[in-house]
Design a protein around this ligand. Structure first.
Ligand SMILES: *[C@@H]1O[C@H](CO)[C@@H](O)[C@H](O)[C@H]1NC(C)=O
Ligand SMILES: *[C@@H]1O[C@H](CO)[C@@H](O)[C@H](O)[C@H]1NC(C)=O
Ligand SMILES: *[C@@H]1O[C@H](CO)[C@@H](O)[C@H](O)[C@H]1NC(C)=O
Ligand SMILES: *[C@@H]1O[C@H](CO)[C@@H](O)[C@H](O)[C@H]1NC(C)=O
Ligand SMILES: *[C@@H]1O[C@H](CO)[C@@H](O)[C@H](O)[C@H]1NC(C)=O
Length: 204
């Protein structure tokens, strides 16, 4: 576990433990599980279940830009350039100071590329490869899956983990003009992102 995350979790636990009885005033951040493309903008909204806070604000390492209204404060990040960003929102209701935390994950996912090795000749084996590039917060490698479909000839869609998938198939004359598709899915921060590509088979 990331030490910063475990400290964050511990700090949250300490804040929550003495409570015991449920307090009506809580803060929450929307959307949950924010995942954005690297460099894209993000708008988050922190709302409090009570309107009588003496403070409601963000605790963040980025420049704070946002708006506020009764019971809410928004945070706008015009350009997400951290692969992982921890954000906190807290409220002050007398002695009660609830806090909400969220982690923003940024990603890059290119469209996949499909390669056919040489000419596709009916009755002969052909190798088809699909690859994709993705980037997420280090140190974890991107959790990628590739699915190659439409190769037909009795071959079901093939799925594999990782950024590259190769398959050998025997082309049939009736496959001429059919589409081969490759779909990449990236799992990150509880979300699934995808990108796909297609190419038309030319069988000689
Ligand atoms: C934040 O949420 C509150 C309550 O749902 C809403 O009234 C307000 O318009 C939202 N602010 C933004 C910037 O979306
Ligand atoms: C976002 O930030 C990066 C790195 O600081 C910069 O290269 C890029 O131009 C910025 N994009 C926008 C839309 O501001
Ligand atoms: C704020 O309002 C809630 C209910 O709306 C109440 O339970 C709580 O005691 C109030 N807190 C303060 C500090 O006034
Ligand atoms: C796929 O692999 C080729 C050859 O290694 C490389 O040139 C290309 O950039 C890769 N494409 C993607 C989307 O990663
Ligand atoms: C990604 O997945 C969604 C939902 O499953 C689907 O509607 C969308 O077409 C997919 N996009 C691509 C590029 O495959």
């Amino acid at each position: 576990m990331d030490p910063r995350r475990s400290w964050g979790a511990l700090a949250l636990l300490c804040l929550l433990l003495p409570g015991g009885h449920p307090d009506p005033c809580q803060v929450s951040i929307a959307p949950q599980d924010p995942v954005v493309e690297f460099g894209a903008s993000l708008l988050l909204n922190c709302t409090s279940s009570c309107r009588n806070s003496s403070r409601l604000d963000w605790e963040v390492s980025v420049t704070k830009v946002g708006a506020r209204g009764p019971g809410w404060v928004s945070l706008s990040v015009p350009n997400v350039t951290d692969w992982r960003l921890e954000l906190y929102c807290y409220g002050v209701f007398g002695d009660h100071r609830p806090i909400a935390a969220t982690t923003v994950y940024a990603y890059r996912l290119s469209p996949p590329q499909i390669y056919l090795e040489g000419d596709v000749v009916a009755g002969k084996e052909t190798r088809v490869t699909c690859n994709v590039s993705a980037r997420v917060a280090p140190p974890d490698p991107p959790d990628l899956r590739l699915t190659l479909a439409g190769v037909g000839g009795g071959l079901p869609p093939s799925t594999q983990r990782g950024p590259r998938l190769g398959l050998v198939f025997t082309a049939q004359p009736e496959q001429h003009g059919r589409e081969v598709t490759c779909e990449a899915t990236l799992r990150l921060g509880g979300r699934t992102l995808n990108a796909s590509a297609a190419t038309t088979l030319w069988v000689w």
